[in-house]
Design a protein around this ligand. Structure first.
Ligand code: SAH
Ligand code: SF4
Length: 374
């Protein structure tokens, strides 16, 4: 009897969300805590339905170039943090970065992401500026460019925007300031990170953020508040994924092993509830899902995500860009990644939006245009 009442309650919440009716953080929390397979299936199916209605069944590619693992920060969870002396540091040459970007263009990926550890020196800023200008010019302005290069000043964000970048991904990591403090040294400031999101918006970027899911000490209420943060700040794109251990980090030393199945499930539920609440944003099925399960990203698409970030980084560098353990495709090259992904996407009945930027409908509505060039 109790069970039936619970089921009715879950169905009522899901129905309200599918219809676009108002719901509470507590109700999102109820969905984030589901564990029975039939409940999870119903949740993912509802999110998939809303995805079809709002962003459609097309998957957009953002080929990711991990251009350097040199980082001035020391986040307690990350394998390439400054204090990890076991990492062999690299910085790709400008020609290598541009070549990888043009590979993406030739293979009809609409967009790329340039990501790296965080550096704030002029040499780095100028190198990125030159690379952006070259990619824009050499792709005839067709390739969309997202940056994921950490916290920078307003001037730097502006410089890179003027050079051709139009989207920026900066995860807030967690919106609980106490938890944020536990995950970072004192020199890392939660408010400064939030301020960066405001600067990015003011400059004119499509703004992406996200969190790690299943962090030690993180509660369901924290995750519901994360979704609320995305909504209140009118975020255009979400890149979030499960926290995955890296043994050479302080955080891993302080936690017990985490069950990959539970962690994957947490990630998928968060995608589904975010899709149900935010509806028309872009949501990435991130590589961390695949680190936990070989078909993790496909499951992410089926739970409401619509973006995939195939790895374009030159194979020799990949082993040195391990933010967490179990990162897939370390010994593959971009051609193999592409072939494998296309099969997987066709396998779940979706198509790839070739030659398109795939801006989030949310951004297009917010601004009245998206600057789509192709
Ligand atoms: N340095 C930039 C971009 C590279 S890090 C930045 O920090 O913004 C990109 C993302 O990797 C981070 O935002 C973080 O959410 C994620 N990450 C780092 N370590 C991780 C881990 N152990 N498990 C899952 N995600 C992790
Ligand atoms: Fe550096 Fe980003 Fe890793 Fe933090 S998460 S240590 S900023 S690469």
């Amino acid at each position: 009897m109790v069970c039936d009442t619970e089921n009715l309650n879950i169905k009522a919440i899901v129905d309200k969300l599918v219809a676009g009716a108002e719901t509470t953080l507590e109700e999102w929390g109820t969905l984030l805590e589901l564990s029975a397979p039939e409940d999870l299936q119903a949740l993912y199916e509802a999110a998939y339905q809303v995805k079809l209605e709002t962003v459609g069944p097309t998957v957009y590619f953002r080929g990711i170039v991990e251009l350097s693992n040199i980082c001035s920060k020391d986040c307690y969870y990350c394998g390439i943090r400054r204090s990890n002396t076991n990492v062999e540091r690299y910085q790709m040459a400008e020609d290598e970065i541009v070549r990888d970007a043009l590979w993406a263009h030739e293979h009809r990926y609409g967009s790329i992401v340039l990501q790296s550890g965080e550096r704030q020196d002029d040499k780095f800023t100028e190198q990125i500026e030159r690379v952006l200008k070259r990619i824009k010019a050499e792709s005839g302005g067709e390739l969309g460019i997202t940056l994921s290069l950490g916290e920078q000043t307003r001037e730097v964000y502006q410089k890179w925007f003027d050079a051709g970048a139009h989207r920026y991904l900066l995860r807030i990591e967690t919106t609980n300031p106490d938890l944020y403090r536990m995950l970072h040294p004192e020199t890392h400031d939660f408010d400064a990170r939030v301020a960066c999101l405001d600067e990015l918006r003011a400059v004119g970027y499509q703004v992406g953020t996200g969190v790690m899911i299943g962090l030690p000490g993180q509660t369901t209420a924290d995750l519901a508040s994360d979704i609320q943060f995305f909504r209140e700040r009118d975020i255009d794109m979400i890149g979030m994924g499960p926290y995955v251990l890296h043994s050479e980090t302080p955080l891993a030393a302080s936690v017990d092993a985490i069950d990959p199945k539970t962690q994957l499930e947490r990630g998928l539920k968060m995608i589904a509830v975010t899709r149900l609440v935010l509806r028309d944003v872009n949501i990435a099925a991130t590589t961390a899902l695949q680190a936990l399960n070989p078909i993790g990203r496909e499951l992410g698409l089926q739970a409401g995500a619509n973006i995939i970030m195939p790895n374009l980084t030159d194979t020799p560098y990949r082993k040195d860009y391990q933010l967490y353990e179990g990162k897939p495709c370390l010994d593959e090259d971009s051609t193999m990644c592409r072939g494998c992904l296309q099969k997987r996407i066709a396998g779940i009945g979706e198509t790839i939006g070739l030659d398109q930027w795939g801006d989030s409908p949310h951004f297009l509505k917010r601004t009245g245009d998206g600057g789509e060039a192709s």
